[in-house]
Design a protein around this ligand. Structure first.
Ligand SMILES: NC(=O)C1=CN([C@@H]2O[C@H](COP(=O)(O)OP(=O)(O)OC[C@H]3O[C@@H](n4cnc5c(N)ncnc54)[C@H](OP(=O)(O)O)[C@@H]3O)[C@@H](O)[C@H]2O)[C@@H](O)CC1
Ligand SMILES: [K+]
Length: 507
């Protein structure tokens, strides 16, 4: 499935027009397809279409016409005094059919009667903050009890980024023309879009452009995961060093190691605080556990870096962070690992917080992945979690550029960014909003790094499999999403990986 920004959609559209396909035809196909989905999904009886002054409004006129033809009682609010071009032609056709046009002051009454609202106010031609006149209409739409179908993008959502500054429509279903718009899959736009679908508008494949953001679906990951080649031994299968845990935080280390083991690592070493080592050694049957000197708080302290570097020589990747604690000792440990370890390094949780204000990552030449949530990325970037959450794609990209690494920004719409590349993961689920799932993810990606995958591909495949494992658990147990605990993911990771290896599109 393709993701396009507004600019990319515009380029594809112009390419199609150069091939002789008129904008009018594309608009017609878009509107017809959207109306047919609306009929199928909502079986509306009374609909109101709110149509803006651009081509999004033009699509809306076509949707309204098709709903009218299907016997739906339709009313249309056209916000502009005078229309031109394709929207004008479609509006004329609509009026010719005798569809009732309403004025803004009638909208409240009409919305009160309707069971479907077609939101065609603003599409990909919008970005920034909605002007007050449109904002008032959006508030009206959101206050209506009717179901909402958004045309291409929920009005007020930036179709290229998912950013919302001010009001934005909350839709039940967003139907995009041709490709999903990036803003419909990234928060907060994602939450405004509701269910998202695309309609075919017959754009020729020669008109397609290179997308700047890809949907991290199984098809896009096909063939990326390596198999262990013969002759194999545990080191050639991937040796991962995990630096995790402290006296009071042992579970984080367990989940990181177990995640790595299920993601196909040949051998996992764990370096942890000395006080936690005996317990972890007993729990982690297959791992090699070593205690490192700890400070008064039970965090790895002075001397821990030496223990880590002693092990790192045998490892093909290193994961550091879960449960290590935040402080000066942790900072020295993480900076030392970033500086000294030549194998790919993944930094998670406390490792990221320990690097706030540090330029160690930027100075590092070897591959690195960081896996922050919005709060951790905020601390690293000197911004608030709220600021990060409002512009997730921009911040993920900025962090990747500033620190010269791959950034996996966690969320229900996990974003993976590196250099010019960016991907949005579709397998995330609210079930994953529980303690420890992030530790499992670190282990999974660490294992893929240790098996020779590049940072960006390992992060993408790990994010997909991690989310997929949660979905497999839900399907198998039928239990409420809220009941998932992090270790539930472990027995489902192999199935998720099998799906990626088999290249089978998941059901
Ligand atoms: N490309 C394609 O291949 C295809 C594209 N298609 C469709 O075209 C759509 C894009 O159409 P578009 O480019 O005409 O822009 P659109 O989203 O209607 O917005 C323009 C309107 O918004 C207004 N407006 C702007 N900023 C504003 C603000 N801050 N606050 C308030 N208002 C603001 C602006 O007002 P103005 O500034 O002109 O006064 C103008 O009225 C796309 O989403 C899809 O639905 C399909 O038909 C199939 C093929
Ligand atoms: K819209």
């Amino acid at each position: 499935m393709r993701l396009y920004t507004a600019e990319e959609m515009g380029r594809a559209d112009r390419a199609a027009q150069e091939m002789g396909i008129s904008g009018r035809v594309l608009m017609e196909r878009a509107g017809v397809g959207m109306a047919s989905l609306a009929l199928e999904r909502f079986s509306p009886r009374r609909a109101v279409a709110v149509c803006g002054g651009g081509n999004n409004g033009g699509d809306g006129f076509v949707v309204a016409r098709e709903l009218h033809r299907a016997g739906v009682e339709v009313e249309v609010l056209a916000t502009r005094e005078e229309y031109r071009g394709d929207p004008e032609a479609n509006l004329r056709a609509l009026k010719g059919l005798g569809v009732r046009m309403i004025r803004p002051e009638e909208l409240g009454v009409s919305l009160g009667r309707a069971d479907l609202v077609v939101d065609a106010l603003l599409g990909t031609g919008f970005s920034g903050e909605v002007r007050e006149r449109e904002a008032a209409l959006i508030r009206r739409i959101n206050a209506s009890p009717a179901r909402v179908l958004a045309v291409d993008v929920p009005s007020g959502v930036d179709g290229s980024t998912g950013e919302v500054r001010g009001e934005a429509v909350r839709a039940d279903l967003t139907v995009c023309a041709h490709a999903l718009k990036v803003g419909c899959v990234i928060s907060p736009g994602r939450e405004h879009a509701g269910e998202v679908a695309a309609v075919d508008i017959g754009l020729p494949s020669e008109a397609e452009v290179e997308p700047s953001v890809v949907l991290n679906d199984a098809a896009s990951l096909a063939g990326l995961i390596p198999r262990t080649a013969e002759p194999a031994h545990k080191y050639s299968a991937g040796a991962l060093l995990v630096v995790a845990g402290s006296r009071a935080m042992t579970g984080a280390a367990v989940m990181t190691v177990a995640g790595a083991q299920r993601a196909g690592c040949g051998i996992v070493f764990l370096v942890t605080a000395a006080g936690a080592a005996p317990l972890l050694d007993a729990r982690l049957t297959e791992a090699i556990v070593e205690g490192a000197p700890e400070d008064a708080e039970g965090h790895m302290g002075e001397g821990a870096l030496e223990a880590v570097l002693g092990r790192a020589g045998r490892a093909s990747a290193v994961v550091v962070g879960p449960g290590i604690g935040v402080g000066e000792g942790g900072r020295r440990l993480v900076e030392g690992i970033v500086r000294e370890v030549e194998a790919p390094v993944l930094l998670d949780a406390d490792a990221i917080t320990n690097l706030s204000g540090s330029d160690a990552l930027a100075a590092r030449e070897a591959p690195a992945v960081i896996t922050p949530h919005a709060g951790e990325l905020g601390r690293l970037m000197g911004a608030g979690a709220r600021e990060i959450s409002a512009s997730r794609l921009r911040h993920a990209r900025e962090a990747a550029a500033r620190h010269g690494c791959c950034v996996l920004l966690k969320g229900s719409d996990t974003i993976i960014a590196e250099g010019e590349k960016a991907a949005v993961n579709p397998t995330g689920h609210v079930a994953l909003a529980t303690a420890g799932t992030g530790d499992v993810l670190s282990g999974v990606i660490g294992a893929l790094l240790s098996r020779g995958m590049g940072a960006y591909d390992a992060a993408r495949a790990g994010a997909w499999a991690h989310g997929r494992a949660a979905r497999l658990w839900l399907r198998e147990t039928g239990w409420p999403a809220e009941s998932l605990i992090a270790t539930d993911l472990l027995p489902h990771l192999p199935r998720a990986f099998a799906e990626l290896l088999e290249g089978r599109p998941p059901r």
